[in-house]
Design a binder for this molecule. Structure first.
Ligand SMILES: C[S@@+](CC[C@H](N)C(=O)[O-])C[C@H]1O[C@@H](n2cnc3c(N)ncnc32)[C@H](O)[C@@H]1O
Length: 376
């Protein structure tokens, strides 16, 4: 069997020549409950918006390797790291665009000395993104925020405000049925989530292994589930799509919580950021060196053969008791662990179903969680 590393098939896609994600839009409970990361462990985490890499630190990981082939995603993570190091919590929120600020440049000036050279050059060249708050820089984030604004126009501000104030699950279900779930909502979903629009908003390479059929009804079913069944008052992801901020300093992603700020800042030295493809990076990792693998949904873009080889490498670099997770985008074909031909991987279907069913973000047909038996 060849030991040659692989190559990514989407690395050249347009979408990856910009910041695609300012925030990780997979529910962060995957780290707490799915991977159940523990103090002292080592994590390998796809960077994306950087949130999970920072969350592993909040959970006291000894080492976090954050990997992305798009350097801009890593520049964003470096921006977040430098901002936590050099600002107070309130200033961090203002710089990121989560709270009003008339002069973000001034805050950025204080963060600049904490940025590595390449990241510094990148952000110096993006004054408009810094001025607007970098949590609005991601293409996907802007798409969600735009959708939230269109919905606010259609449903009316009062209806949206009332929705997020709901605290009783039964009342939420009634409210969804009576006030939200009408023809306008259905029409909007079909228009917003057509393949054509998704191809335009993201890139057709995103959906190169797409399943057949119009994705609109599937995505709408997810939105219906979230709006109807997922508690509105703690769905800070959805709230951001509507308001461009989070409902509170404790009702937001773990790394941004005021109560986690000091411990995160103290642990930032444990973060190592790598630019490269998993298809190469993992082949160079030492045996038995990783406890938690967060693969985001990158396997949406690999062939079945590449997936099998990557899973064999996972077994090689896993420590005893290691866990992995990944998501499958609702438009794409799932890469099945059971077909990877790697007997050391044991899927926890119940746990994955629970995490997926409670997920506060739309867009994924499943998440996968597995225990990895390290190579004997
Ligand atoms: C898979 S995308 C999905 C984002 C995610 N669903 C979210 O909402 O945050 C996350 C990141 O993976 C990176 N990526 C994709 N394929 C990769 C690969 N083979 N190796 C390294 N990074 C990869 C992309 O650049 C992107 O920043």
């Amino acid at each position: 069997m060849t030991k040659e590393p692989l190559r990514s098939r989407v690395i050249e896609a347009d979408f990856f020549q910009k910041v695609g994600y300012s925030t990780v839009w997979e529910d962060e409970r995957i780290v707490e409950e799915g991977l159940a990361s523990r103090p002292g462990e080592t994590a390998l985490s796809i960077t994306s918006g950087g949130d999970f890499s920072l969350q592993f630190l909040v959970r006291d990981a000894a080492e976090v390797h954050s990997l992305d082939f798009n350097p801009r995603q890593n520049f964003l993570l470096e921006f977040k790291r430098a901002a936590v190091l050099r600002l107070g919590h309130g200033e961090l929120w203002r710089l990121l665009g989560l709270a009003p600020e008339s002069d973000r440049r001034r805050l950025y000036e204080r963060v600049r000395p904490g940025l590595p050279d390449e990241a510094l050059r990148y952000w110096d060249g993006q004054p408009a993104a810094v001025e607007a708050g970098v949590l609005r820089a991601g293409k996907q984030d802007r798409f969600f925020h735009r959708a939230g604004r269109v919905l606010t126009l259609l449903q009316g501000r009062a209806k949206v405000r009332r929705y997020f104030a709901l605290t009783d699950p039964e009342e939420q279900r009634r409210y969804f049925a009576a006030a939200w779930n009408g023809p306008a909502w259905r029409l909007l979903c079909d228009a917003l989530f057509s393949r054509t629009l998704l191809d335009f908003a993201f890139h057709k390479d995103h959906f190169r292994y797409a399943v057949e059929g119009h994705p609109g009804p599937r995505i709408r079913a997810q939105f219906d589930r979230i709006l109807r069944d997922v508690p509105a008052s703690t769905n800070f992801y959805l709230y951001w799509a509507f308001y461009g901020t989070y409902p509170g300093v404790e009702n937001c992603p773990a790394w941004l919580r005021a109560s986690n700020f000091d411990r995160l800042r103290a642990r930032l030295g444990r973060l190592q950021v790598h630019t490269g493809e998993l298809e190469r990076f993992i082949f160079a990792r030492p045996d038995a060196s990783i406890d938690c693998f967060n693969f985001s949904n990158i396997f949406d873009w690999v062939t079945e053969e590449a997936f099998s080889r990557l899973m064999r490498e996972v077994v090689r670099v896993a420590r005893p008791g290691a866990r992995l997770c990944y998501w499958t985008n609702i438009v794409n074909t799932k890469r099945e662990l059971s077909k990877a031909g790697v007997s050391e991987l044991h899927e926890d279907h119940d746990l994955a179903r629970r995490v997926h069913a409670a997920a506060r973000t739309p867009g994924y047909s499943s998440c996968t969680v597995a225990r990895v038996d390290a190579k004997a």
